[in-house]
Write a protein that binds this ligand. Structure first.
Ligand SMILES: [Zn+2]
Length: 120
């Protein structure tokens, strides 16, 4: 890709980032649990009906991993936030790829220019 095209894509990424809605990092997992209450339906040897589902959000931020419970009615909102964060990450990763490629191209074309100049 040419520098010009890469720079254009960077501009597209910047405007796409402005449209990213509310977000949060992490992944959501669903859990069914067994309690300690004697004779509870969750411990039925033949047809156990476990409690839940309970939703848990896990994420790592600044090297610290965190897990928190998410109330069932909050799950759709959290899913949207997680999706937005994925979009954010994908865009910034692409931007990083592009800035590295642009820097490399610039270095190469600068070397080329100097080579041409030294031949004169
Ligand atoms: Zn139980």
């Amino acid at each position: 890709m040419e520098i010009r095209a890469m720079q254009k894509r960077v501009e597209q990424i910047k405007s796409a980032l402005q449209k990213v809605g509310e977000m949060r990092p992490g992944s959501l997992s669903k859990q069914l649990t067994v309690c300690g209450r004697p004779g509870c339906r969750c411990q039925d040897p033949e047809h156990p009906q476990k409690h839940g589902p309970y939703y848990q959000l896990s994420y790592v931020h600044k090297g610290k991993s965190t897990t928190q419970f998410i109330q069932k009615q909050m799950v759709p909102m959290v899913r949207r936030q997680l999706k937005n964060f994925k979009t954010f990450k994908a865009l910034t990763t692409e931007w990083t790829d592009l800035c590295l490629a642009i820097a490399k191209e610039k270095l190469a074309s600068d070397r080329q220019k100097r080579k041409v100049l030294s031949r004169k």
